[in-house]
Design a protein around this ligand. Sequence first.
Ligand code: NDP
Length: 334
Amino acid sequence: MTMNRVARLVKRPAPGLVTPECFEIADEAVPEPGDGEFRVRAEYVSLDPAMRGWINEGKSYVPPVSLGEVMRAFSAGTVEASRHPDFKEGDQVVGLFGVQTHAISDGTRVQKVDPEIAPLQSWIGGLGMPGLTAYFGLLRVGAAKEGDTVVVSAASGAVGSLVGQIAKLKGCRAVGIAGGPEKCRALIEEDGFDAAVDYKAGDLGAQLDAACPNGIDVDFENVGGDILDAILPRMNPFGRIAVCGLISAYTATSLPPGPKNIRFVLTMRLKMQGFIVFDFAEDNATALADLGQWVKAGKLRLREDVREGGVDAFVDTLNLLYTGGNFGKLSLKV
Ligand code: NDP
């Protein structure tokens, strides 16, 4: 008999990587849709760095996942039973369906996807939340314009790779920071960045100086910590820092030191703004039209890292994000 394989949060994690005992993974009965609902057979569960924050208690932009609740996640799948007027069997959809194989939805914030533009898994990646994050963060928060030098950290990942490619489409100089020679090679040879900086190779400041001879106008900050500290003194007057993520701190076991070079925010009159992709939700359709067009025209390359192992592999696969084990948009085939 078909069962719903599901991961429920049962314990809050200690600081550090996520540990398996935080989740109970079990088979449950496949739920039946009620009136106005449909059931999705999930195929790809999106693994996102924010998940580490979602399972912590405390103030944030969304309430934490409750103990006993199905782990929150975006996923992409196919409608397999429907009592909803707008969704029919066979529709391919993306939504917050959780870490499970079968989910019930009433259609709230569910998006139908067009497989003609890109395959299903791309709609949780370049044409989903990470794509929208890159687009709004770079163009709205970072206000990148032609001629700017844009630096992005975690550059080989889901968001970062798109930031660099969109920066190039807009006539900017794109510089990516990533860990290791293979990721740095791919940034230049496959994604078209102008320069790449390997933060694991040492002397980040000298590498940034070489990669950004005219200084930095926009920092798309995905990492924080030492990387942000190396970028701050190299920012040009009136530069913008779009704070998208601070992944170096997500699994830290002690409070990281504050930015040492914060004085450059003052002396260079920088604008530093955090943002959450949902802040721009009313403009998602415009952004998706642009992103979809670029993908279809072959102007935007989507690097995807799809892992096998199903729901049972959730914790181990998620931790790849915090150790640099992924290369591109990470998702789990379920
Ligand atoms: P990625 O695909 O970029 O994967 C994470 C990458 O981060 C790793 O591959 C690793 O690359 C790098 N990384 C991890 N730890 C460190 C560290 N200590 N120092 C330097 N680099 C590190 O993930 P996403 O593209 O999904 O997310 C990127 C960032 O964007 C995250 O900070 C995330 O929280 C943020 N984000 C924010 C959103 C918002 O609305 N504000 C929405 C979506 C994402 P490497 O091998 O190069 O070290």
